[in-house]
Design a protein around this ligand. Structure first.
Ligand code: M6R
Length: 599
């Protein structure tokens, strides 16, 4: 059961794994570096005793390499206590020295092992696992989820949570703890969201939640909206491919229920005082990776519709540069997982400066939405592939809803203008579906470009972040050198990279009243003149773009601001095709974790 749960968490990225169970008042376990298959093989050779109480872990190495010894669970010296840990214990060096001075011998190089020894010492004082955990947590600095068993306390598992994810699954005669509901969805859809600095103590029939100070905590039970099939491949070979094809549904579900019959927007989750929303005079978007690119796209639309200045910042950089935030700044944190530590720290910093914080998130009850003033959920369903696809387009849609909502509340757009824009937005799922049926040429292209060593992506305006995202997708799953540039910036340096045969993808905006389209056509000519092989994504009827293309992919027609929602799809698919043709594991690319819960 624990192995199956770990299997469902594999997508989060890891490099070693382990299990400990309690049987007949003793610990038994196994841990192995590498994939779960190694652990499974070891367990087949040496099966564990029958047990109803155990913990398991997949580790993504931070302190100490991915070895058997560094894999979790970690045990106390007398083999009475076992723990697993996510996060980083920042004061572990000091704790470790203190324990070593006391005669403790460490078996690993991890920061986590200190907790096993501290817990064991605390049990000498209290003999109650929850109370011992409470005492240990008071001494820890950093972010952590800890889960512990004590061989002398049957049918009991105790966990603690500060900043890292932890959720309780409530079953019948059985209870679960996990960092993601996917691991227990097979057994129950009833979950309990834990708050910051809380301890949870479970037995097969009870769940007790207290604070680090020992007070009874208020908890929020909820029902998980999706079922096991959503977390399975459903006939696809890879989750990533499945998720690319789920984009029309994800987009439609993200729009669902947010527009009334008169075209007026309602964001029911918007718990921010309308008067405050009307006073917002600056927006700052903080996010990482793909979510950051979604923010970059959204900036164009938000500023255009609301006339409120909008900055987009990498969450990992934000709080270290003393950003200018006031009570009338709206900070928007975008995160698929809702657990990305860099983004969490950025929104915490914003709240400390008294800014209002809205998060855009795909995971019900995750830490980032919990710590925001309001949340707009992207209803994309679970995203398992490490490379984010359907959540990217759903995040852009959620940002657009927010932009239109602000324009509506601040009176920056007339009602009929909003109706027209919302109509364009609601047409997107059908356009996505149409495009997804025409991806065969992208397969042929991937075959043709299989031996490429470097790929360049160009775009202007909203096409620029699409170029960045196209390059990121290719880098992370195919390990190819890929770079995205603003097409107009090329002549200021990167054009030196262009050489005969180099594949250059170009996103061309729809022909329109401004000269943006023609400028991009000129940029294509510049790279063609230097021998590049051009792969052009433009509206199907765009003859000027087609004339400059060695390969042409036609996009459904529509306004420039909505084009990213379509243009990214062939680029995601291209990355997936190249990587699978090269034989790579696209769902779990090397070195990457799905949720990056360390800073
Ligand atoms: O869960 P989040 O949206 O906060 O994750 C942010 C990034 O870590 C994530 O988008 C990452 O860049 C993906 N691997 C991109 O495909």
């Amino acid at each position: 059961m624990i192995l199956a749960g770990l299997k469902r968490l594999e997508y989060r990225g890891y490099d070693s794994a382990g299990i400990t169970v309690v049987a007949d008042g003793q610990l038994a376990g196994q841990k192995k570096a590498g994939k779960l298959a190694n652990l499974t093989a070891a367990l087949e050779q040496e099966p564990l005793p029958e047990s109803h109480q155990g913990i398991g872990h997949t580790r993504w190495a931070t302190h100490g390499g991915p070895t058997d010894a560094n894999a979790h669970p970690h045990w106390s010296m007398d083999n009475r206590v076992a723990i697993v840990h996510n996060g980083i214990i920042e004061n572990f060096a000091q704790l470790r020295s203190e324990l070593m001075a006391d005669g403790v011998v460490f078996r690993s190089q991890t920061d986590s092992e200190t907790v096993a020894h501290l817990l064991r010492r605390a049990l000498d004082q209290t003999n109650d696992l929850a109370e011992a955990m409470r005492q240990v947590c008071q001494r820890l600095e950093g972010a952590f989820t800890l889960v512990a068993v004590d061989a002398t306390q049957p049918d009991r598992v105790v966990a603690a949570r500060r900043s890292s994810p932890l959720v309780v699954g409530v079953g019948e005669g059985e209870n679960f703890l996990a960092s993601d509901v996917a691991s227990f969805i097979e057994y129950t859809r009833q979950a309990i969201e834990l708050g910051q600095d809380q301890i949870v103590d479970i037995t097969p029939t009870t769940v007790n939640v207290t604070t680090f100070d020992g007070a009874v905590a208020e908890v929020r039970p909820y029902e998980i909206e999706w079922d096991l099939t959503a977390a399975e491949k459903g006939g696809y070979d890879w989750f990533m491919r499945k998720e690319i094809f789920e984009q029309p549904q994800a987009a439609a579900d993200t729009l669902l229920g947010r527009v009334d019959t008169s075209g007026r927007l309602h964001l029911d989750e918007m718990r921010i005082d309308p008067a405050l929303l009307r006073s917002i005079d600056k927006i700052v978007v903080v996010a990482c990776g793909t979510a950051y690119h979604a923010g970059l796209v959204a900036k164009y639309a938000i500023e255009h519709w609301t006339r409120i200045p909008c900055e987009v910042e990498l969450a990992s950089e934000f709080r270290y540069r003393d950003p200018i935030i006031t009570r009338t700044t709206l900070v928007v944190g975008i995160s698929q997982s809702g657990e990305t530590m860099d983004t969490l720290m950025a929104i915490r910093h914003a709240r400390e400066q008294h800014a209002a914080v809205i998060s855009i998130c795909n995971t019900n009850g995750a830490t980032i939405p919990r710590e925001s003033d309001a949340v707009i959920y992207t209803h994309a369903g679970p995203e398992i592939g490490v490379a984010s696809t359907k959540c990217f387009t759903a995040q852009i849609i959620a940002c657009y809803l927010l932009g239109l909502y602000l324009a509506q509340e601040q009176g920056m757009k007339f009602g009929d203008e909003i109706v027209t824009l919302v109509r364009e937005l609601t047409a997107i799922p059908d356009k996505m579906a149409d495009l997804l049926e025409r991806l065969e040429p992208v397969e042929a292209l991937a075959e043709e470009l299989l031996s490429a060593e470097s790929v360049i992506f160009l775009g202007r305006h909203v096409g620029y972040p699409i170029a960045l995202e196209g390059a990121l997708k290719l880098k992370e799953i195919s390990y190819l050198h890929a770079e995205g540039f603003a097409a107009g910036e090329l002549k200021h340096g990167p054009i030196a990279l262009i050489e005969p045969g180099l594949p250059v993808f170009v996103v061309v905006p729809p022909p329109g009243r401004d000269s943006l389209h023609d400028k991009v056509i000129s940029n294509i000519q510049e790279v063609r003149a230097r021998g590049a092989q051009t792969i052009v994504l433009a509206e199907s009827g765009d003859a000027a773009a087609r004339a400059q293309a060695d390969h042409f992919f036609g996009l459904p027609a529509g306004p420039t601001l909505f084009q990213p929602l379509l243009a990214i799809i062939p680029l995601q698919f291209f990355a997936c095709e190249i990587a699978t043709r090269k034989g790579y594991d696209v769902d779990q690319p090397r070195n990457l974790a799905k949720s990056v819960t360390v800073e």
